[in-house]
Unconditional design. Sequence first.
Length: 407
Amino acid sequence: MHGFLLNTKRLKRMAVCVLSAALLISLPVYAGAKSKKTDTQQKLEDTQNQINSLNEQMQDAQSQIDSLNAQKSEMEEKLGGLNQQLSDISTSLEQIETDIANKNQEIEDTKAALTEAGQRADRQYQDMKLRIQFMYENGDDTFMQLLFESDSFSDFLNKADYVEEITAYDRQMLDSYRQTQADIAAQETQLEAEQAELVALEQQMSDKQGELSTVIADTQTSISQYAANISDQQSVADDLQRQIEEQQAYEQQLEIQKAREDAARLAEIKRQEEELAAAKAAAANSGTASAPVSVAAGDQALLAALIYCEAGGESYEGQLAVGSVVMNRVRSQAYPNSVSGVIYQGGQFSPVASGRLATVLGSGLTSASCSQAAQEVLNGNITNGYLHFRQNNGVIEGSVIGNHVFY
């Protein structure tokens, strides 16, 4: 009977050990810092990348819209200046046309005055001719008779002066009329020259008006083209905005789905840990001892390198927390019982898979705070009881230290 009881106890202990081993084998591997991506996580990252790409395209489209608007504004400002020049030219043309009309009137008036002066000169000339003819036909006797019939010497002198004055007056008036005629002719020539200058200026202004009208038409065409390009780019931006909103809605759905999956995964972890704890308790009651913590040479440098890779930019508290997770795993029967075994366990720490840990370890370039944190946790300063940590996404509940959540 005693032998049977001993055999029964051995069988119980073996069963507990087998159960513990089975739990360890069936326990899913979850990454300490970054686990293997789920389909939802991959879709979420792909969606976020797509949103980032669309935002970059949106920024490019908006930059082009801003550039086109700036160029359109410059063209509109230029058009305003051209329209002002055209208005000034139109005003100048109106003034020139008025000046030409006035000049034409002056020329007509001058021609009329010239004609009248010519007529007066002709009349004066005809009068002189008649008097000369009279003198020629009647000889000097008539004038001599007129003089000798004078009542007195004084009357004689007066009549002689009168004859001389008539002759001098005729000559003076003829010269005067001729001078007036010459002056008027010169004035007419001057007016016609000024009229020619005005007509030439009118032609120049008219040509410039035509050129400006062409430039204005081209500028208006450019403005219309800029407006069309802006409209096209705005359509592109609107389409990109629609795609961004669709992707953001999809991202929100994935976040909800991922939160559910994370919650389910965390619940499964807790359930398996509870089963493992029960198995460990059963093993302890049956006399099975926990594996001792093994600290080997080089563990401090290895742990410091891992802390540097995972939390080099975090606070000292965060660095201690990462080191504590590693040591908690060393003490847990769910993980290898050595620092190197925990760190190099497959699928656990991304710096191991990426090769960054090996690079840092080989170069020895870790910070003093990471080395100190590693030494403290190896000396037994464990600051938490967690077995997992990751970048805090606001979904998993746990203790948040810096950018990490520990659970």
